[in-house]
Design a protein around this ligand. Structure first.
Ligand SMILES: NC(=O)c1ccc[n+]([C@@H]2O[C@H](COP(=O)([O-])OP(=O)(O)OC[C@H]3O[C@@H](n4cnc5c(N)ncnc54)[C@H](O)[C@@H]3O)[C@@H](O)[C@H]2O)c1
Length: 266
């Protein structure tokens, strides 16, 4: 995978999977723009790219705000003149509670980031790629975009929605040479999974993690880098015929488990 001369734009690039993707794109020659609402971590991630000899800029943006999304698109064009790869990745987990108890305000917040944020990214990046006549987008869904997960109604609904946005956009822009895919991580070793362990079993988060890992055929969480590698593949010429697809990166959990353990079960 060679991204020399390419420009990669990454939302949620300050931490976790987005940060790993930024480092991966840059290591393979891309100039990267990281958009995130976490300024301290975003600046640090951009600096980490530069320390390794890459080129990176951080743009502060809240992906739920249209003006901020237009801002990160314009900042990328001002800096580098193109957007070849767009990793539409920022997301939040919300809370763990049964649907009958789920707080309406939390539901709205999760949908705003995970679904509307992804829509706004597509809404403002795809016109650039259509003008270019090229580009590859990867939206971050989740295995929670493919199956239910008791206790995570807002998250699951948002991620199912991301798969729908992916398929729809791919059908709209394919003829112009633009590809749109989704990545579906399973449990991945970032802040988010440890938040879910804590929420599902406040007295014993480590035990919750152990029980959860036991439901994964590979016996462990994926690393952020392992998810990022699949994102890079989907953005690369190696995936030139892949669009409207979703790639699962979950250690075999969703495909093989008869009854995966949910976070609501602790
Ligand atoms: N970690 C997992 O187990 C897992 C599993 C499946 C899917 N995912 C998805 O992967 C993506 C990345 O998550 P992660 O695991 O790296 O978690 P993370 O919390 O480490 O990173 C998420 C990043 O998104 C940013 N962000 C959140 N809300 C934002 C907003 N409104 N505007 C701009 N930036 C915002 C955060 O500041 C953070 O940098 C998310 O979409 C998440 O739903 C994660």
């Amino acid at each position: 995978m060679d991204f020399t001369g390419k420009v990669a734009l990454i939302t949620g690039g300050a931490n976790g999977i987005g940060r790993a993707a930024a480092l991966g794109f840059a290591r393979r020659g891309a100039r990267v723009v990281l958009a995130d609402r976490d300024t301290a971590a975003g600046e640090a991630a951009a600096e980490a790219v530069r320390e390794r000899g890459g080129e990176a800029r951080f743009v502060r943006a809240d992906v739920t705000r249209s003006a901020d999304v237009q801002g990160y698109v314009q900042a990328t064009l001002d800096a580098y003149g193109a957007i070849d790869c767009f990793f539409n990745n920022a997301g939040i987990e919300g809370t763990v509670a049964p649907t009958v108890d789920y707080e309406e305000a939390v539901f709205d917040a999760v949908i705003a980031v995970n679904l509307k944020g992804v829509f706004l990214g597509l809404r403002h990046v795809l016109p650039v790629m259509l003008r270019q006549g090229r580009g590859a987008v990867v939206n971050t869904a989740s295995t929670a975009g493919l199956v239910g997960s008791p206790g995570l109604s807002a998250y699951v609904a948002s991620k199912h929605g991301v798969i729908g946005l992916t398929r729809t956009a791919a059908g709209e822009v394919g003829a112009a040479g633009v590809r749109v895919n989704a990545v579906c991580p399973g449990p991945t070793d970032t802040r988010m999974i440890h938040s879910l362990e804590q929420q599902s079993s406040p007295g014993d988060p480590a035990g919750a993690g152990e029980r959860y890992r036991a439901s994964i055929p590979l016996g462990r969480y994926a690393t952020a880098e392992e998810v990022a590698d699949v994102v890079l593949f989907l953005c690369s010429d190696g995936a030139s015929s892949v669009t409207a697809a979703h790639y699962v990166v979950d250690g075999g959990r969703t495909g093989s488990a008869a009854a995966p353990r949910s976070f609501a079960q602790g």
